[in-house]
Design a protein around this ligand. Structure first.
Ligand SMILES: [Zn+2]
Length: 300
């Protein structure tokens, strides 16, 4: 095993090499609409590209209002990566305003779209945009990103293909890990109540039911009266765990736990990565964090 000092030296050497190759050849400028997509692009593009996310860590791409600086970033970019499925209602206007001739690549192209359940932020044009919550879909994203980078930078073909296949192997391992974690949960406990409605693809791919609280707005802060309704529902359905992001009053959470015996789950990340020092700075760590939270809440 390498010592930390060795690791630092190796990183420094790497940084110097990277800087030298960047001097020799200008990197391809890529814009991604949100942080998860930027991470996928980094994995495929490696040091041949410079990728920037318009909506960064912890940001909400549903309700984003582009700034003038974004038009400049788009104008300077050679490729614009989007999720599609109605996720970024603001992107077409931004690209037009920027005057950019860069292709707008829909990373989810070819993915089988789910119908939106309705509720989560706004209209997604009828389809559920959160396709990245299934690793199988993200493999399609990676293939699309690889092809888009090759089209923009044909001399990098070999590098993009090698990076993509290395990353696809990591995604296969992640997918197996998620399935094994779910398999270890007793089948009758694979159900949680959640105010999130961004996990439809996760539910379909991995078989954890996300049940929405009935008669409770999932967007506003949950009131004491809503909590009474949730308690009734959790008891009726004998749900083992609750993941309620918009209950910020710890006394209400305690009341739910006491009266139902359900476990309180931690935070699940859906639409954005965290900052580098957070729980989910990369797509793979995001999925891993979520399954750990879910497993911890559902295991007997
Ligand atoms: Zn969302």
């Amino acid at each position: 095993m390498l010592s930390k000092r060795h690791f630092l030296l190796a990183s420094a050497a790497c940084a110097i090499l990277t800087a030298t190759s960047a001097l020799a050849q200008e990197r391809v400028k890529v814009v991604a609409t949100f942080s998860i997509l930027a991470d996928l692009a980094k994995n495929v593009g490696g040091d041949r590209i410079d990728v920037e996310a318009l909506v960064g860590p912890n940001g909400d791409a549903h309700v984003y209002a582009p700034a003038p600086a974004d038009a400049k970033k788009v104008a300077d970019s050679k490729v614009v990566l989007t999720n599609g499925l109605g996720f970024e209602g603001w992107i077409a206007r931004l690209v037009k305003a920027s005057g950019s001739k860069a292709p707008i690549v829909v990373a989810s192209g070819g993915v089988k779209a789910r119908k939106a359940d309705g509720g989560h932020d706004h209209d997604h044009g009828g389809s559920d945009p959160h396709a990245w919550q299934s690793v199988a879909n993200v493999k399609t994203y990676v293939n699309n990103i690889r092809d888009a980078l090759i089209a923009a930078d044909p001399s990098g073909k070999q590098a993009y293909e090698a990076n993509a296949s290395a990353y696809l192997a990591k995604l296969d391992a992640l997918d197996r890990e998620l399935k094994a974690a779910v398999a270890a949960i007793p089948p009758d406990r694979r159900r949680i109540i959640s105010t999130h409605d961004a996990f439809g693809y996760f539910e379909e791919a991995y078989g954890i039911d996300f049940i929405a609280p009935q008669g409770v707005s999932t967007e506003a802060e949950i009131s004491a009266r809503d909590v009474a309704r949730i308690i009734t529902q959790v008891k009726q359905l004998k749900l083992p765990a609750v993941f309620l992001e918009n209950v910020t009053d710890p006394r209400l959470m305690q009341r739910i736990a006491q009266e139902t015996g359900a476990r309180i789950g931690g935070k699940l990340y859906s639409d954005a990565l965290t900052e580098a020092n957070g729980d989910a700075p990369e797509y793979i760590s995001l999925m891993r964090h979520n399954i750990r939270q879910i497993s911890a809440a559902l295991m007997r």
